[in-house]
Design a protein around this ligand. Structure first.
Ligand code: GAF
Length: 383
C-alpha cells in the first residue's frame, strides 16, 4: 500500500473521521550555502521527497498527533504548547506562532509520514512546519499568504525549536514551482523562478549517511562569527548591516590581519554570494559546465574556509569530480553530514552511480544512498 493510502486508512481507524491530506516537499539548493542568514542569495527548489500530513479538526481544544514513521504519539492541549525536545516541537512551534499572532483555531487530529530521509540535509523539519501551517490555514480559513506561512515556519524553528536557521528551507518548500529553481534574495524576499534549462543533465543527491544535527552548536557559531565580522566592519562603515553589504576589499583592509579566523568565515560568505550571481548568469546563458565549476568552488569554500563539511562529504565530492559526465558537485545544506548535490549527464548516470557507491564504501566503509531528483511544486493540498 502506498504512503498516502496507508496514512488515510490509519487516520480513519484512529480518529473515525475523514482526513484532509497535505503534501510538503524537501528541498535542494544548487548554490548559495550559509548565505541566507547573511541576507544574501540562494538558489533552491523543492524535490520529489515530501512530508504527507493527514489532518482533521476536533470538537475540543486537544491535540492528538501521530508520527506514523516513528510510531510515536503526542497528546496535549492547545492552551499548553510547551517544548518537548522531540519531533513534536516542529508542529507545536507552528501552532504556538499562530496563536501568538492572534489566530483562532480549535483542536486537531493529525498523522504524518514521509519520504524525506531525516537528518540528510533535505529539510524534513521545514517541510513539516510548512505542512502544519498550510493545513491549519486551510482548515480554519485564517487567510494567511504563502509568504506569511514561510515567515511563520521560520519563527517556529527560531523561537520554539531553538535552531537559528535562515529562511531558505521553508521558502523553497512552500514556494517552489515544478521545473524551476528559485533565485531568492534573502534580504527582501524578492524572488524569481528560473526555468532549469539543463537538457540531458540530472540532479543527483548522494547521501553520506552521516547524520547532521541542525541544532548543533556549530551552525549557531557560524552565525555568530558572521555577525562579529559585521560588527568589526561597522566601525569603519557604519551603514553596513550584514555580510550582504560587505566586499572582499573591505575584508582585506580591515579584517584579514586583525582577525584571520573571522576573515576566512566572512570571505567565504562574500565569495559565495558572488559565485551564486555568476553561476546564475552562466545557467541563464546555458553554460552548465561553468555553473558546475562554481559548485566545486562553493564546496571548497565550505570545506576549507567555512569549515562545515566533514571527511565523508569531501570524499563524495572528490570521487564525483574525477568521474566523467559529472559537471559539478558540492555539499549541500547546513553541513557536517547529509548529502552532496551533483549535476550528472544522463548518459553517465549509471556509471556514476556504480562508481561512487563502490568507491565511497572502499574509502569510508559506509554505503551511500543515491537519489535522482525531480523539481516539484511547493506545499499543497492533495485531492
Ligand atoms: C540549513 C538552514 F536551515 C538554512 O537556513 C541554511 O542556512 C542552510 O542550512 C545553509 O545554507 O539548511
Amino acid at each position: 500500500m502506498d504512503l498516502i493510502s496507508s496514512l488515510t486508512d490509519s487516520f480513519r481507524s484512529l480518529f473515525h473521521d475523514e482526513p484532509r491530506l497535505f503534501c510538503s516537499p524537501g528541498r535542494v539548493n544548487l548554490i548559495g550555502e550559509h548565505t541566507d542568514y547573511n541576507e544574501g542569495f540562494v538558489l533552491p527548489a523543492a524535490i520529489d521527497k515530501a512530508i504527507f500530513l493527514a489532518i482533521g479538526p476536533r470538537s475540543d481544544n486537544k491535540l492528538h498527533i501521530v508520527a506514523h514513521d516513528l510510531g510515536k504519539t503526542y497528546q496535549g492541549a492547545l492552551e499548553q504548547l510547551e517544548k518537548t525536545d522531540t519531533w513534536a516541537d516542529y508542529l507545536l512551534g507552528v501552532l504556538a506562532q499562530l496563536k501568538q499572532a492572534g489566530h483562532s483555531f480549535g483542536g486537531l487530529n493529525c498523522l504524518f509520514g514521509g519520504t524525506i530521509p531525516m537528518g540528510s540535509g533535505l529539510s524534513s523539519s521545514a517541510a513539516l512546519e510548512n505542512a502544519v501551517g498550510f493545513a491549519v490555514n486551510e482548515l480554519y480559513g485564517l487567510g494567511l499568504s504563502r509568504i506569511d506561512l514561510v515567515k511563520l515556519s521560520q519563527r517556529a524553528e527560531n523561537e520554539f525549536v531553538g535552531a537559528k536557521v535562515g529562511v531558505m528551507d521553508m521558502f523553497a518548500s512552500m514556494m517552489s514551482k515544478a521545473g524551476h529553481v528559485i533565485k531568492l534574495d534573502c534580504r527582501s524576499l524578492d524572488y524569481t523562478y528560473a526555468p532549469i534549462q539543463m537538457e540531458g543533465i540530472r540532479i543527483v543527491l548522494c547521501d553520506s549517511r552521516v547524520k547532521h544535527s541542525l541544532v548543533s552548536s556549530e551552525y549557531n557559531t557560524r552565525r555568530a562569527e558572521c555577525e562579529a565580522g559585521v560588527r568589526l566592519l561597522q566601525a569603519f562603515y557604519p551603514s553596513i548591516s550584514s555580510l550582504r553589504d560587505v566586499t572582499m576589499a573591505m575584508l582585506d583592509e580591515h579584517v584579514k590581519t586583525a582577525n584571520p579566523h573571522l576573515y576566512r568565515r566572512c570571505a567565504y560568505v562574500v565569495q559565495e554570494n558572488q559565485r551564486l550571481l555568476d553561476g546564475v548568469a552562466a545557467l541563464e546563458s546555458g553554460n552548465v559546465a561553468a555553473f558546475g565549476q562554481y559548485m566545486y568552488g562553493s564546496h571548497e569554500g565550505l570545506s576549507r574556509w567555512y569549515e562545515v563539511s566533514c571527511p565523508e562529504l569531501d570524499i563524495l565530492v572528490d570521487i564525483a569530480r574525477q568521474q566523467p559526465g559529472v559537471l559539478g558537485a558540492r555539499m549541500m545544506g547546513g553541513g557536517f553530514g547529509g548529502c552532496t548535490i551533483n549535476l550528472v549527464q544522463e548518459d553517465a548516470l549509471s556509471a556514476f552511480s556504480e562508481h561512487i557507491t563502490k568507491e565511497y564504501f572502499a574509502r569510508t566503509g559506509k554505503d551511500t544512498y543515491l537519489h535522482t531528483c525531480k523539481i516539484q511544486d511547493g506545499t499543497k493540498e492533495l485531492n
